[in-house]
Ligand binder design. Structure first.
Ligand SMILES: Nc1ncnc2c1ncn2[C@@H]1O[C@H](COP(=O)(O)OP(=O)(O)O)[C@@H](O)[C@H]1O
Ligand SMILES: [Mg+2]
Length: 237
């Protein structure tokens, strides 16, 4: 579904993404983890086209999309959420999703699609509440509903669970887990919360200083000495 090959993006002397390759299969959930500043968000922007690659390529559904602009990648079936909450605050919650559906899913019954995406993340009761009146978790879920409104085949989630814990985190985990089976969509989950990625992902890619230092099944990766040093070393520092 997704093929990242040798992706590189430097900012001056900072090697934000420095030769990253990995794949995401159909309906697979792959996690990208790594300490703060390891290049996760930059990688996502390269995959989605919000940022230009210095070198390397992005393949999606068998097509080279390296130079395809973001809105065209959306039409091909890619969607993303952002690490920071990005919603239209001047319109209500449901209107946010309807607007996203209108822009990205031409020909669809947008009201129905919006209601379906809201229900999927557990926000059916939210109606046209103002975005500002939603809880933090509801805002994070609304961003996922927005991404799903384009009926993607791959969704990239940048720290969807940031700021959640306990039951809220469990709800987020449950929603992400259902995406492949119920939305027929692969997931690339970027996070820095080890519990989330261990619970949800079939495979993990670990970044440190813009490079892949480990890749594989969650249990293998967790026990990899380089990961323990790079990831947990930094976490506890
Ligand atoms: N637009 C930018 N200009 C300059 N440096 C950037 C830019 N975006 C990211 N960086 C730098 O690239 C590195 C990786 O950042 P980022 O991708 O946000 O990491 P992560 O998401 O893993 O925390 C950091 O050192 C960050 O300061
Ligand atoms: Mg980030």
């Amino acid at each position: 579904m997704l093929e990242a090959d040798g992706l590189r993006r430097h900012f001056g002397g900072v090697k934000a993404v420095d030769g990253v390759s990995f794949t995401v299969a159909e309906k697979e959930i792959v996690g990208v983890i790594g300490p703060n500043g390891s290049g996760k968000s930059t990688l996502m922007s390269l995959l989605m086209g919000n940022n230009k690659v210095d070198s390397g390529s992005v393949g999606f559904a068998g097509q080279d999309v390296t130079r395809t602009p973001p809105h065209r990648r959306v039409h091909l079936g890619m969607a993303r959420t952002f690490q920071e909450t990005r919603l239209f605050t001047s319109i209500g919650a449901t209107a946010n999703v309807t607007l996203a559906a209108t822009e990205t899913s031409r020909g669809a019954d947008v009201d129905r699609l919006a209601a379906d995406c809201l229900a999927f993340v557990g926000l059916h009761g939210v109606g046209d509440a103002a975005v500002a009146d939603l809880t933090h978790l509801q805002q994070r879920l609304l961003m996922i509903a927005l991404a799903l409104a384009s009926r993607p085949k791959l969704v990239l989630l940048d720290e969807p669970a940031v700021g959640t814990a306990g039951d809220e985190l469990s709800h987020m985990i449950e929603v992400i887990r259902r995406i492949p089976t119920e939305r027929d969509c692969s997931v690339l989950l970027i996070d820095h919360n080890m519990r989330l990625v261990m619970d949800v992902c079939q495979r993990l890619v670990v970044l440190d200083f813009g490079q892949v230092i480990a890749c594989g099944a969650p249990a293998e990766v967790r026990d990899d000495p380089r990961v323990v040093e790079a990831y947990f070393g930094t976490e506890s520092a």
